[in-house]
Structure formats: structure tokens, C-alpha cells
Ligand binder design. Structure first.
Ligand SMILES: Nc1ncnc2c1ncn2[C@@H]1O[C@H](COP(=O)(O)OP(=O)(O)O)[C@@H](O)[C@H]1O
Ligand SMILES: [Mg+2]
Length: 385
């Protein structure tokens, strides 16, 4: 009898203890989980060259882009090195520093290496990213000597056609600002007009604020930002979103960075009508269209990353294909390169797999042939590409 009571008490107690242990364990797991990845953003769709990230999905963290031309990966210094900077303490006035050491302390060389490694051309853009890096390195160094100044304005505008590398550089910029201690988390939240602007009265403010809240500590990347302002539409709530952004960009500029992206001409018109926005954007980076040699070099980088290469004939065919595609509407620079190479990969696979009894070696599995590139005459490109 006594034994029965003891069991009746002991079993639920053991179960309770087990549950408590599980809860404790899971909480600790979360607390010590590694920092969220840099690419905590909706990634652009793979199939359509001209359609940027879907607005409706930007609320969910999406997996990093995959496939050929995947977005850059950066080795982060961990833990973020704010504490290390504090530990280094104030320097006496007679001290000296070198920027090699400062760069090392911020572990930003890997970001610049990724910029070089991942991106073909874009020389003026890379130079401006270096300049922004220098501005912040010097600002940090000044702080170490106790030379206080307001934090530099870091809101930016990236202009250029689709597929010219704006999102990619946005991600690298987020990493750079994080490494230098100017962003707490360094993630990037991608948003378009639909993510910020509601259809009915009362929807816009909470929508915009939700997106801004998600971007705190990171970069808010507003794609096709000029679409926020629609002067012809008198029921437009875009202005409400712009007003909120203006306020937050000023009042909370120490907590996040806004990057407005879009075509150059449209952004020029946008700034003309929104001088407040123009005055809040400190850095304008212009992404030029790529020429055919750059596009081929970009293709080569993308293929190399995936252990493919173009045969000599395939490269000639690819050049011919690109020259033709470049003159067509909806051409999307490096994104069109990526998409055509994805299709070439498919044709290559089909060509090999279809010949079931033939022997194929390692090199065959890597080499894209001219037959795998769409011939110029057959360029009836899929819709939207
Ligand atoms: N200069 C470049 N070198 C290598 N790849 C590039 C370059 N520019 C763009 N890409 C690749 O092309 C694709 C589209 O670039 P993305 O940054 O999304 O362009 P955008 O945001 O301007 O539309 C991505 O896969 C990106 O990595
Ligand atoms: Mg983009």
C-alpha cells in the first residue's frame, strides 16, 4: 500500500522534473545559439530576371540564395567586436595607432576580400564602399582618443538597373557596418512598396513600423523606393510611409541604416519631389550596366564557384547570346547571366543523362558545351527573363 502511494507520488514528480529539465535545456540552447546569419532576408527569386524580391514574403526570414551566383558568404568575426573595442579602452593623447591594426581589430578585411572576390568590375562602387569603411575606421579611432563627434550619417541610395549588384553590395555593406560596430546585428531586411504601404486608411503606419522594427540593428533595403511616391494617385498612402521613414531615419539613425534602391532616373525624380529624403541620404552609389566582357567574366565566376566551366566554343556561343539579349527589353545584367547559366546547367545535365550507356568522366561533368547554350536564333527567352 505504502509502496503504491510512493509510486503515485514519485512518477508525476519525475515527469515534472523531466519537463523542467527539458525547458531549461531548450532555453539554454536558444541563449547560446550562434548569432543569426547575415543573410536574414528574403532572397530574390531565381527564375525571373526582372522581378525583385517578392514584397509579400519579406516578413519571413528566407534561406540564403542558392544555386549559381549565390549571394556572398562572409566569415564573421565572433563575437561582434563591440566589447573588444570597449576593452581596448581610451588611449592617452600621445598614443599612436595604425589602420592596419584598426582593420584587424574590426576584422573587416574579409568583407573587402568578399567584395573583391564575389564582384567583377564595379570599380567606382567598390571605391565608395572603401571610402565608407575608411570614414568609420577613422571615426572609431577618434573615439578611442576620446574625440567625440556625432555618428556619421550612413543612409544610402543605390541606383542602377536590375541585376547590377545592388542587393549583393547591400548585404556586404550590412556586414561591414556590423563588423565596425555601427550596426548591432547587421542583418538586411528587404522591403518593397507593398510591404510598407497599405491599401486602406490606417494600414500604412503599422505596416511601415513593423518593417522598420524588424530592420532595427540592421539594414532596411527598400527596393524600387521611387514607387513609394505616386504623385498621380491622390489616394496614395505612400507619402505616409515616407513621412514615417523620414522621422525614423532622423531620430533613430544610430540604430539602423536605410538603403533606397532603384533606377537612377526614377530615384532622381523621387528625390526632387522629396527633398527631405534627399537630405537624409548621405551616400549615393551608382551601379552601371555591365558590358559584355564583364558579363562573361561574371558568368565565369559563377560557374567556377560551382565547379563548371565553358568550353571555348561555349564561351563564344555565350557571348553571341549575351550580345543579342543585351539589346532586348527586360535584360537584367548579371541576373540574366545567372539565369541563362542555370538553364545551361539543365541542358548539360539532360545531354549527359540522356546518353545512358556512354561513359562520362569528371571533365564531362564540369564542361558546358556550345550545345548547352541557347543559340542566338532560338532566343525566344522565357517570359519575364
Ligand atoms: N559584379 C558582379 N560580379 C559577380 N556577380 C554579380 C555581380 N553583380 C551581380 N552579380 C550577381 O547577379 C545576381 C543579381 O545581383 P543583385 O545584387 O541581386 O542585383 P540587383 O539587386 O541590382 O538587382 C546575384 O546573383 C549577384 O551575385
Ligand atoms: Mg535587388
Amino acid at each position: 500500500m505504502k509502496g503504491g502511494i510512493a509510486i503515485a507520488i514519485a512518477v508525476p514528480l519525475a515527469m515534472l522534473a523531466g519537463t523542467a529539465f527539458m525547458l531549461w535545456w531548450r532555453r539554454n540552447q536558444n541563449e547560446y545559439a550562434p548569432p543569426r546569419p547575415v543573410l536574414g532576408t528574403t532572397s530574390p527569386p531565381q527564375s525571373l530576371d526582372n522581378v525583385p524580391s517578392s514584397a509579400s514574403t519579406s516578413g519571413n526570414p528566407a534561406p540564403a540564395q542558392q544555386g549559381l551566383g549565390a549571394l556572398p558568404t562572409i566569415q564573421r568575426a565572433s563575437p561582434p567586436d563591440r566589447r573588444a573595442a570597449r576593452k581596448r579602452g581610451l588611449l592617452p593623447p600621445e598614443a599612436v595607432i595604425t589602420f592596419a591594426e584598426e582593420r584587424k581589430a574590426a576584422a573587416i578585411d574579409e568583407v573587402f576580400a568578399a567584395l573583391e572576390r564575389e564582384l567583377v568590375g564595379l570599380v567606382p562602387v567598390k571605391k565608395q564602399v572603401e571610402e565608407i569603411g575608411s570614414l568609420l575606421l577613422v571615426d572609431r579611432a577618434r573615439q578611442r582618443f576620446g574625440l567625440m563627434a556625432p555618428r556619421p550619417n550612413l543612409h544610402m541610395c543605390f541606383t542602377g538597373a536590375p541585376g547590377t549588384g545592388k542587393t549583393t553590395v547591400g548585404l556586404l555593406m550590412a556586414s561591414l557596418l556590423h563588423q565596425l560596430g555601427y550596426l548591432e546585428q547587421g542583418h538586411l531586411v528587404h522591403a518593397m512598396r507593398n510591404d510598407l504601404v497599405g491599401e486602406y486608411i490606417g494600414q500604412t503606419a503599422p505596416k511601415t513600423r513593423r518593417v522598420i522594427d524588424r530592420a532595427m540593428g540592421g539594414v532596411l533595403f527598400i527596393d524600387e523606393a521611387s514607387a513609394l511616391y505616386q504623385p498621380d494617385n491622390n489616394k496614395d498612402f505612400g507619402l505616409e510611409a515616407i513621412e514615417i521613414l523620414l522621422q525614423v531615419m532622423e531620430n533613430e539613425r544610430d540604430k539602423f541604416v536605410v538603403i533606397l534602391a532603384g533606377y537612377k532616373d526614377r530615384m532622381d525624380v523621387f528625390f526632387e519631389s522629396n527633398p527631405g529624403m534627399r537630405s537624409r541620404v548621405a551616400h549615393h552609389l551608382d551601379f552601371a550596366d555591365y558590358d559584355v566582357d564583364e558579363l562573361i567574366a561574371i558568368g565565369r565566376v559563377m560557374l567556377e564557384r560551382s565547379n563548371y566551366y565553358l568550353s571555348e566554343e561555349a564561351e563564344a556561343a555565350f557571348r553571341e547570346y549575351l550580345i543579342h539579349r543585351m539589346s532586348q527589353p527586360l535584360f537584367a545584367n548579371a541576373r540574366s547571366v545567372r539565369n541563362e547559366l542555370e538553364r545551361a546547367r539543365l541542358r548539360h545535365a539532360h545531354r549527359l543523362a540522356a546518353d545512358q550507356h556512354r561513359s562520362w568522366g569528371r571533365d564531362d561533368l564540369m564542361r558546358i558545351e556550345a550545345a548547352d547554350i541557347l543559340s542566338r536564333r532560338a532566343v525566344a527567352v522565357p517570359a519575364g527573363d
